[in-house]
Design a protein around this ligand. Structure first.
Ligand code: TYM
Length: 327
């Protein structure tokens, strides 16, 4: 039996190299050996205000980017969360066993609700329960994500254990799959803050679809540390972050890159990194441009993905409903 893996990304903005390094790069490898579900989580995206027309386009942008990054729809199931109503259905059922206090302690909720000036909506508060439903519906073994999702996987595990305890064994308790070294890519402008879609400073984030010149400019203007050495060290947060990015895209170890740049300047290292990124992002941009306009092709993949996803999730949902005395 193949392992089941499930993961997702919000279609709320341009995907960036943090999403690639923290999540998608792992997905591309895992799709060969597992039953893989890669979801575009639009129901999560609407927990912050979205323009409806733009959101619809972003869903297709994200599907095209998944494929451009190497997700193969013949191997993995790509689908849109809102096209499988089992997700919000299970989320409701799980809500009824979720301790309120545990949701109040979620750091992402605390951060995001602070940013919502006109009061926080209930969807944002409930976000982790929907995420738990996403994962548990597929009897998932592993969830490949970046480090920022760790707390959400923990609550998912807690809810799975609680459900199984209260109603009898029903859902698999999933494991987070987080790569220590690469699970947290930092902003190029502030190496103490995570690279993020919602960063106010666009220079901090390299988007997968940024053009060659933009990538080169962002790398050239990335902040550096004092000193001149190109080494990964706790007191050299900015250079360490750039080394991590280099290491993922060059598939070399940090030691190899340190050796390559020994005695060279920050400027030389940055030039090498920008060239590397452009070389690796070029085929992604090209593939994206060649498929994004083919809405029929993308829709077919998403329709097939949703239909397969429903065929799996409906079994878990049925069992959960029966156990809870519904239907
Ligand atoms: P999202 O859309 O914020 O991010 C998608 C994935 O990218 C990872 N990531 C990063 N990794 C390394 N460094 C960074 N700077 C960085 N920024 C983002 C995230 O950890 C994530 O893996 N709640 C999720 C979406 C979701 C989900 C799920 C994920 C909904 N349901 C079920 C897994 C399983 C989120 O907002 O990801």
């Amino acid at each position: 039996m193949k392992k089941v893996i499930f993961s997702g990304i919000q279609p709320s903005g341009n995907l960036h190299i943090g999403n690639y390094v923290g999540a998608i790069a792992q997905w591309v490898k895992l799709q060969n050996e597992s039953e893989a579900f890669f979801c575009i989580v639009d129901l999560h995206a609407i927990t912050v205000p979205q323009d409806p027309e733009t959101l619809r386009e972003k869903v297709l942008d994200t599907a095209a980017l998944y494929i451009a990054c190497g997700i193969d729809p013949k191997k993995a199931h790509i689908f849109v969360q809102s096209e499988n109503p089992d997700h919000p259905y299970l989320a409701w059922l799980l809500n009824c066993i979720t301790p309120f206090g545990q949701l109040e302690r979620m750091t992402q909720f605390k951060d995001k609700s602070k940013k919502q000036q006109e009061g926080t909506n209930a969807g944002l508060f409930d976000y982790p329960v929907l995420m738990a439903a996403d994962i548990l519906l597929y009897q998932t073994d592993e969830v490949p994500v970046g480090e920022d999702q760790k707390q959400h996987i923990e609550i998912t595990r807690d809810l799975a254990e609680k459900f199984n305890r209260d109603f009898g064994q029903t859902v698999k308790v999933p494991e987070a799959l987080i790569q220590n070294e690469t699970s947290r890519i930092m902003s190029l402008q502030n190496p103490t803050s995570k690279m993020s879609k919602s960063d106010n400073d666009p220079m901090g984030t390299i988007n997968l679809l940024d053009g060659v010149e933009i990538v080169s400019e962002k790398v050239a203007k990335a902040v550096t540390d004092s000193g001149t050495e190109i080494v990964k060290r706790e007191d050299k947060l900015a250079i360490s972050n750039l080394l991590t990015i280099h290491s993922v895209f060059s598939e070399s170890s940090i030691q190899e890159i340190e050796k390559e740049y020994k005695g060279k300047s920050y400027a030389e290292f940055k030039k090498g990194l920008a060239d590397l990124l452009n070389k690796k992002l070029d085929p992604i941009r090209e593939k994206y441009n060649s498929i994004r306009e083919d809405v029929k092709f993308l829709r077919q993949i998403l329709d097939e993905g949703a239909s397969y996803a429903r065929s799996k999730s409906s079994k878990t949902l049925r069992e959960v409903r029966v156990k809870m005395g519904l239907g």
